[in-house]
Design a binder for this molecule. Structure first.
Ligand SMILES: Nc1ncnc2c1ncn2[C@@H]1O[C@H](COP(=O)(O)OP(=O)(O)OP(=O)(O)O)[C@@H](O)[C@H]1O
Ligand SMILES: [Mg+2]
Length: 216
């Protein structure tokens, strides 16, 4: 199962979500490879020295090669990319060849506007296996209901964005999706607070069910 995490806007949670999905897949007993296509290499750096999840890094232009060449040795491969429109062509092509593309956005006009261009291209090109997820939603009812309204708007008959049902709230506890070392081996575990964990697990499950039960 190959999952691409991309967004035109920076800082919306791609790397966090990539790590979270990798972590959930690992917890579900899958062998996981996470590849960092952002030259800031934050995913690669975080995972370096963590034995439980294989990791690699590459340039966005190598994305298609990586998609073609991976998957035989791992059940789940996660591709985390850099933001921006420079590699739109590469991302569009990649989206056609992975099992699912997650596009995180945040609930502000700018983030939604910058995602619009990409989402429109996906839709124009007939890419269907992608979903937009709201990230960093403030954990209060007022904001949550505003976000739900926006999601209904975006997925409504006019815009038809494929919004995912999963919502990721702003949770500082995400920082505690931690990696602990135990001499020769390394362990990955979630913080005891079940909320962030439940959210990222729900997102993983939603993606898997969209792919069609894919237990590859
Ligand atoms: N749901 C969340 N709750 C709390 N903090 C979050 C959440 N999602 C992301 N963050 C924080 O927001 C910042 C940006 O997240 P992240 O690095 O994952 O974004 P990105 O899209 O990968 O950024 P870039 O475009 O620069 O690669 C990080 O400090 C991250 O810890
Ligand atoms: Mg990133």
């Amino acid at each position: 199962m190959k999952i691409l995490v991309m967004s035109p806007k920076g800082g919306v949670g791609k790397t966090k979500i990539s790590l979270g999905l990798a972590s959930v897949a690992h917890k579900r007993g899958k062998s996981v490879l996470a590849i960092d296509f952002d030259d800031q290499n934050s995913l690669d750096t975080t995972l370096r020295g963590i034995d439980d999840i294989d990791n690699a890094a590459g340039h966005p232009r190598e994305l298609m090669d990586a998609i073609e060449q991976t998957g035989d040795d791992h059940d789940v491969v996660i591709f985390d990319v850099r933001p921006g429109s420079e590699y739109t062509k590469e991302y569009l092509q990649a989206a056609k060849h992975v099992d699912f593309t997650v596009v995180p956005i945040q609930h502000d006009g700018e983030a939604i506007l910058s995602a619009e261009y990409m989402v429109d291209q996906f839709l124009d090109e007939g890419v269907q296996n992608f979903g937009v997820v709201m990230n960093s939603v403030l954990p209060n009812e007022k904001h949550l209901s505003k976000v739900r309204e926006k999601m209904a708007d975006l997925s409504g008959p006019e815009l038809q964005w494929p919004m995912l049902d999963s919502i990721l709230q702003f949770r500082t506890v995400w920082g505690h999706i931690t990696f602990a070392r135990d001499r020769s081996k390394t362990l990955i575990h979630h913080h005891k607070d079940g909320k962030a964990k439940a959210e990222i697990e729900a997102l993983y499950d939603e993606i898997v069910s969209k792919i069609g039960g894919g237990s590859r």
